[in-house]
Ligand binder design. Structure first.
Ligand code: HEM
Length: 156
């Protein structure tokens, strides 16, 4: 039997579903789980609603997120490994949670936003250049997307 097509993200309820599923996977992950549970000792009852607001703000400009993601992650650098391996795992878990639940324009968009922010947060908190500033590190999709900004050369 043909599977029903997956829905796209249309509003708050899909964001909540995605965030819940993503952090369920994060908590079970051997590279990331303990950073949340043992090191940061995250209070999930306040972290999850904050993350619903964050992603709603990113996607729909509603949600009312006010916070400081760079500051929150900077505090972790001295206490936990927050390198490329961790950020790659974070992104893999995020994108697979999106793909398992949703499909469509917004599903693609939220993965692109997550990838961009992962690069920004990783480079800012570790004091290294943003990997995307080296043109050969860009994926074809990123090259297309960034070609509208003059500082990044378009695909030759
Ligand atoms: C290695 C990867 C990452 C780890 C281990 C990590 C871990 C954490 C932890 C422990 C907190 C603090 C929770 C608390 O104390 O309440 C947090 C907050 C947060 N994280 Fe991450 N994170 C990672 C990557 C990312 C990425 C790539 C994004 C964005 C796409 C992101 C977005 C946020 C936001 C928005 C907050 C809330 C900040 C605030 O307090 O306003 N995180 N993260």
């Amino acid at each position: 039997m043909k599977k029903a097509p997956k829905p796209d993200i249309t509003g708050r309820s899909e964001i909540e579903e995605l965030v819940n599923e993503f952090y369920k996977r994060v908590r079970e992950d051997e590279l990331l789980g303990f950073i949340f549970t043992d090191i940061a000792m995250v209070d999930w009852d306040s972290h999850l609603p904050k993350m619903y607001a964050f992603w709603e703000t990113v996607l729909f400009r509603s949600g009312g997120y006010r916070g400081n993601p760079i500051g929150a992650h900077s505090q972790l650098v001295d206490r936990a490994e927050m390198g490329k391996a961790q950020f790659d795992r974070w992104l893999t878990l995020f994108c697979s949670a999106v793909d398992d639940l949703f499909a469509g324009e917004r599903a693609e968009h939220i993965k692109n936003c997550a990838e961009d922010m992962a690069n920004v947060i990783y480079s800012r908190i570790n004091g290294v250049p943003d990997p995307r500033f080296t043109p050969e590190n860009l994926t074809p999709e990123q090259k297309r997307r960034y070609s509208k900004y003059k500082s990044v050369p378009a695909e030759p």
